[in-house]
Design a binder for this molecule. Structure first.
Ligand SMILES: Nc1ncnc2c1ncn2[C@@H]1O[C@H](COP(=O)(O)OP(=O)(O)O)[C@@H](O)[C@H]1O
Ligand SMILES: [Mg+2]
Length: 254
């Protein structure tokens, strides 16, 4: 840990996180710490347990063992809506907007579920429009979500999460399937959101994007944490390279 990290506050942490599905340990004794204001990348091959870790944090699954703390409070096993109201929002690997609703309405639903709940409708709409501008969807506000392109849906997914007014944002492969220009658009947005004070924990498969945007990276392999640290150092770690099919990650990262 460097001096900067030591001086920062841990906002979210997991200790000994373990999740079994039948006999399979999707996660085994994973410890992690997320510092306030950082962008932490979570990487690892398919099936490594990345999404499972987010499910545990967000309350979609209860851990078999282990403990999750948010701002020093034990939040292990709390329901997803409770976790969300406390200030942890997530996007899903597979986007799932309400297709018949407009872009704006989808964002407004997000604001109803979050810590902004019970605000007057007009206030809620104004906030949602502001968020649509931030993600660049203001011109698409009245279009049904079913008519959005892939990148627009990803941006909507972002907007819905932001509408809950979180302090921590969990991003699950938000740039998967996008072209390089679109990836740049999303990574710029992530950096902008962080500048405004958000703490970001992001799962990503596209190595270059993770390297560009993350302050620190955690690597999972077969449910276990095999590396945690500076992106440049982690990507050169032989165990990490081995986990990614004998060096293809290194090629992708450069
Ligand atoms: N609901 C579930 N039931 C059974 N097995 C699951 C379930 N969710 C995930 N798994 C298994 O747990 C492992 C980790 O999955 P996941 O967390 O989705 O990996 P990643 O997101 O890193 O690709 C995989 O072997 C996957 O098949
Ligand atoms: Mg996943």
């Amino acid at each position: 840990m460097n001096d900067l990290e030591a001086s920062r506050r841990v906002i979210l942490s997991g200790k000994g996180l373990t999740k079994y599905f039948g006999g399979l340990a999707a996660l085994l004794n994973v410890d992690f710490e997320l510092y306030e204001g950082e962008i932490l990348g979570l990487i690892g091959p398919n099936g490594a347990g990345k999404t499972t870790l987010f499910h545990l944090v967000a309350g979609a699954y209860k851990p078999t063992r282990g403990r999750i703390e948010f701002r020093g409070e034990d939040i292990t096993g709390l329901r997803p809506d409770v976790v969300c109201k406390k200030g942890i929002a997530r996007t899903f690997q597979i986007t799932r907007p309400f297709l018949e609703m407009t872009t704006l309405e989808n964002v407004m639903v997000g604001s109803y579920f979050g810590s902004f709940a019970r605000a007057p409708l007009r206030e809620c709409q104004a906030k949602s429009e502001e968020i649509l501008s931030l993600v660049g969807l203001q011109d698409r506000r009245d279009v049904p979500a079913s008519q959005l392109t892939l990148v627009e849906r990803k941006m909507l997914e972002f907007a819905r999460a932001l509408a809950t007014q979180p302090s921590v944002l969990l991003l699950d492969e938000v740039i998967a399937g996008l072209n390089p220009t679109e990836i740049l658009q999303v990574t710029e947005l992530i950096k902008r959101i962080r500048q405004e004070g958000m703490t970001i924990f992001m799962i990503e498969h596209v190595m270059k994007a993770v390297m560009d945007v993350s302050d620190r990276v955690i690597v999972l392999h077969h449910g276990q944490k095999i590396a945690d640290g500076d992106p440049e150092v982690v990507v050169a770690n032989p165990e990490v390279i081995e986990a990614y099919l004998g060096g293809t990650m290194h090629a992708q990262a450069t």
